[in-house]
Design a protein around this ligand. Structure first.
Ligand SMILES: CC(C)(COP(=O)(O)OP(=O)(O)OC[C@H]1O[C@@H](n2cnc3c(N)ncnc32)[C@H](O)[C@@H]1OP(=O)(O)O)[C@@H](O)C(=O)NCCC(=O)NCCS
Length: 181
């Protein structure tokens, strides 16, 4: 299995990505807390990647801009690999590619809901319980962060939302936005 290609996602991949996510997560995916956030706006196409094998998409990872308090971050997910291509290192490689792209684009952290045993070795650790809340019930032990800039997690507080829900204003103007909201 040496012919796996890793590519930036394009709209041409959408159908297969949907198929992979449906297979990996089933109809329950629409009820997930992370889905609720992602539904608030688009994902970052330029920071989302697929793995292909013989012209077919076999794995997908997406990043979505989120806001929590004053902090801004990227929510990683869904990450899914076709059953036929599991345990080949494709999932880990996609996470590493997404993290590198996030760093290159100047992001300070990446956050996700997932299994610590899988993501821990990729540099993710648990967010202190109570620091960030999600719009739907979630096992907060699975809320993990990868700090690209040490200390970046500190700015992420309160309810996580898609970043498009939050007015971004230059510092100083923020108070005026809040005062007139
Ligand atoms: C989880 C998933 C993305 C892993 O992708 P993958 O390409 O098969 O995994 P990799 O080849 O990168 O890594 C395989 C290793 O991770 C381990 N692993 C897989 N899922 C794991 C999990 N949930 N927790 C801990 N370890 C896990 C495997 O046992 C294997 O261990 P080994 O290297 O010691 O043999 C894939 O199995 C998948 O699509 N699952 C269904 C969807 C899902 O659960 N996505 C993650 C949501 S947070």
């Amino acid at each position: 299995m040496h012919e796996i290609s890793y590519l930036a996602e394009t709209a041409a991949h959408d159908h297969e990505i949907e198929e992979i996510n449906a297979e990996a997560f089933g109809p329950g995916r629409f009820a997930r807390a992370a889905y609720k956030i992602r539904e608030g706006g688009p994902h970052e196409r330029a920071l989302s990647f697929v793995a292909t094998h013989e012209g077919r998409v076999v794995a997908t990872v997406r990043l979505t801009r989120i806001a929590a308090g004053e902090g801004r971050s990227l929510l990683l997910g869904p990450l899914a690999v076709r059953p036929s291509h599991k345990d080949l290192g494709i999932g880990r490689k996609l996470v590493r590619i997404a993290l590198e792209a996030a760093r290159d684009a100047g992001w300070a952290s990446v956050i996700l809901v997932g299994d610590e045993p899988y993501y821990g070795p990729l540099g993710f650790r648990q967010v202190p319980i109570g620091q960030i809340t999600m719009p739907r019930p979630v096992d907060y032990r699975r809320l993990l962060v990868h700090e690209i800039e040490p200390g970046a997690l500190a700015a992420l507080t309160g309810e996580m939302r898609h970043a498009d829900f939050v007015a971004d204003a230059p510092s100083g103007a923020k108070e005026r936005v809040a005062a007139t909201a």
